[in-house]
Design a protein around this ligand. Structure first.
Ligand code: NAP
Ligand code: F7E
Length: 329
């Protein structure tokens, strides 16, 4: 039986990855950061909570000793480092905390792995945010595109990306970066733009709200579904050598396109409800993201399967059901 450890197991990606690994008959260990409301820690894990192959332990990326403790218990063959302060705009409000968790936290984990279980395979959740506003001449970002981060979050992710490559080369450890473009689902935090638009459009449709305030509507993103992207994480660690891979759909949409699509789906005119609000703009914006995932396709055989349109319908339907009282959240 294979054993995996997931940091950030109760996040969007961690919860889908845990489900995938349990289906593949792994023993799955997960690190939970303590929260005063215990239910908040596990609601995304409701479907697998109580599974005898799922083991949850308290720990924190900023607490080196807790990482050593969990690694000694779990003895994982694979470690997926998904924990992070992952919100880009909030990283401008909490830059030092973001650097400590999203940057130095990765180094804490690598050092703990080097000391406790140096042969474990490690997946690092790197991000398309690392490219900033660098774009290749053909309009895409790929593994060779220069990194030019434009937020404290992205700066921290660049540090993590580089320290992973350094540990791979210096200590001959199996450490791979997945450079993932935006990926979403009904489990996405509702302060990220896709789920915010889906949730608020559902509320407006049901007469529970009458406006939606957003920031920059011109930015474009390459949005895929989290289920496709956690499958990529697993495939990256099954490859015969450690390497870095971009995962993306290759199709990008503006925030305005997203709004138009969602409001069209719920048969409302967005011009009657959508406003811009300075609060949601960033001090420096990453304008356009569109990824070239050909390396992952050619070497791993990975391709996304769920379209942006089907994903957004799933998210809006989730919130419509939620506000009609059909789902417990
Ligand atoms: P998410 O929903 O925000 O989940 C982040 C997870 O990290 C949560 O479980 C959170 O726990 C945990 N965490 C936060 N601070 C921690 C700490 N100090 N110690 C231990 N755990 C901590 O993020 P996601 O969307 O699943 O993304 C997963 C990873 O991929 C993140 O590293 C993110 O930066 C990266 N990434 C995401 C995307 C994307 O589009 N989703 C794209 C590229 C890269 P609490 O919930 O209890 O705070
Ligand atoms: O913003 C614009 C905003 O917060 C997308 C994280 O998972 O993906 C995510 O980062 C775009 C930006 O995601 C609002 O300015 C407009 O241009 O959904 P988001 P993100 O910043 O792209 C990357 C790959 C990660 O690695 C991150 O961890 O939408 N936007 N109005 C807004 N964004 C938000 N959140 N809220 C608004 O009201």
């Amino acid at each position: 039986m294979k054993t995996a450890l997931i940091t950030g197991i109760n996040g969007q990606d961690g919860s889908y990855l845990a489900e995938l690994l349990l289906e593949k008959n792994y023993k799955v260990w997960g690190i939970l950061k303590r929260n005063s409301v215990a239910e908040n820690q596990t609601y995304r894990l409701d479907g697998i909570y109580g599974n005898p192959n799922l083991h949850l332990e308290y720990g924190d990326l900023t607490d080196f000793a807790s990482l050593v403790r969990v690694l000694q218990l779990a003895k994982p063959m694979e470690v997926y480092n998904l924990a992070a302060q992952s919100h880009v705009r909030i990283s401008f409000d909490q830059p030092i905390y973001t650097a400590q968790v999203t940057g130095v936290g990765t180094l804490n984990l690598l050092e703990a792995i080097r000391l406790v279980c140096p042969t474990s395979r490690v997946y690092q959740a790197s991000s398309s945010e690392m490219f900033g506003n660098s774009i290749d001449a053909d309009g895409f970002q790929r593994e060779t595109t220069p990194l030019n981060p434009v937020s404290p979050y992205a700066c921290a992710k660049v540090f993590s990306y580089n320290i992973c490559r350094n540990y791979r080369n210096a200590y001959n450890m199996f450490i791979s970066n997945g450079i993932l473009f935006n990926h979403e689902s009904p489990r996405r935090g509702s302060n990220f733009v896709t789920n915010k638009v889906a949730k608020e459009a559902a509320k407006i449709k049901l007469g529970l709200s009458d406006k939606l305030s957003l920031g920059n509507m011109d930015a474009t993103r390459d949005w895929g579904h989290a289920k496709d992207y956690v499958r990529a994480m697993w495939m990256i660690l099954q490859h015969n050598s450690a390497d870095d891979f971009v995962c993306a759909t290759g199709i990008s949409h503006s925030v305005q396109d997203l709004v138009n699509y969602v409001f069209d789906y719920v048969e409302l005119d967005p011009r009657q409800y959508v406003r811009t609000d300075k609060r949601y703009f960033r001090p420096e914006e990453l304008r356009d993201l569109k990824g070239d995932a050909n390396k992952a396709k050619e070497i791993l055989g990975w391709e996304p399967e769920i379209t942006f349109q089907d994903m957004m319908k799933e998210m809006v339907d989730y919130w419509l059901d939620y506000y009609k009282g059909h789902v417990k959240k």
